[in-house]
Design a protein around this ligand. Sequence first.
Ligand SMILES: *Cc1c(COP(=O)(O)O)cnc(C)c1O
Length: 373
Amino acid sequence: MATKSAWNIRSSEAAKNTVNPIRIIVDGMKLEPNPKKHLISLSIGDPTKFGNLPLDPCITDAVHDVIDVYKNNGYSPSVGNEEARAAVAKYYSTDTSPLTSKDVILTSGCSGAINIAITVLCNPGDNILIPRPGFLLYRTVGGNIDIETRSYRLLPEKNWEVDLSHLEELIDDKTRCIVVINPSNPCGSVYDKEHLIQIGKVATKHHLPILADEIYAGMVFQGEESPCMADITDVPILSCGGTAKRFLAPGWRIGWLLIHDRHNAFQSEVREGLFHLTTKLLGPCSIMEAALPGVLKNTPKHFFDKTLKILKQNADALYSGFIKIPGITPIMPKGAMYMMSSIEVEHMPNIKDDMDFVQKLMAHLDVYKRQHT
Ligand SMILES: *Cc1c(COP(=O)(O)O)cnc(C)c1O
């Protein structure tokens, strides 16, 4: 072996390929806020950021109680504390898809669940299908382990339903799962039973499991229904969730992976594979695990109702403002914490494309005024 003559310490390909596309876009943009204007940030998916969505005291009390008894300061099993797994199983069990504690793995946030779900299903060079527009963590995780993320189209004119024929076109023999985010970040859309059946049919036809990102399960506006994937289809499903959004505590980093396996398709390898991945010990904090049964049991319905009422009011306010702006077409959300609008740059003579729009909006330049040439 030749002795190196200088310090030259490289980072791995895995590190280089682990990128968050949002950072690349934001870091590459020239964003200069107009100092004379007050900036209202509309782009953060953290419900605690602006202090307008208070936590329920039951949630904080559950954590206080756990700390006060001094019993939960040690390691818990790598898949999570048994009592907490049982509590999650009970909370998410339905008649069609009952769960036991063995079907639950506790993770560091929903992101932790996404990480182990993708890692257990894919080898380098495989691909997964993700929605566009969609949550970009899937690209970050995919890049890290050399998984291609292929984006299937969502249809704005059909309330962001999946373009099923496009979804099917993307499938090949290296495809390992279909990711469905419902209710959606960033669209705020909520799929009805019929549409979930259609997605299930595509998965069944190709024998592909579904990775159901259901962190917004139950976060739907009054009058809307939000069935879970596992209730609608018997496709093998890994469903991920957590306390980040619905319980308004993203920093607490507790989430879960639910294993819905009606055909015993995960039995021979995937369950054990998931267990192996948890032994990297990147799971949640023992205090949060111990608090989880209390959080799930005691958080009152009126807390969720109040949060959703505020979210709906905000969506209504944005929608009614945006709809009046020429060239901007908002699509009214049905749940979650987001709303998407289309921007028709043809109506904005001063604007080249979407990136240019964002930069000029930040600088508060008039996007409609025709440039004098
Ligand atoms: C916020 C979010 C997550 C990540 O949740 P954490 O519990 O904070 O890791 C995953 N998926 C979607 C769609 C999200 O919006």
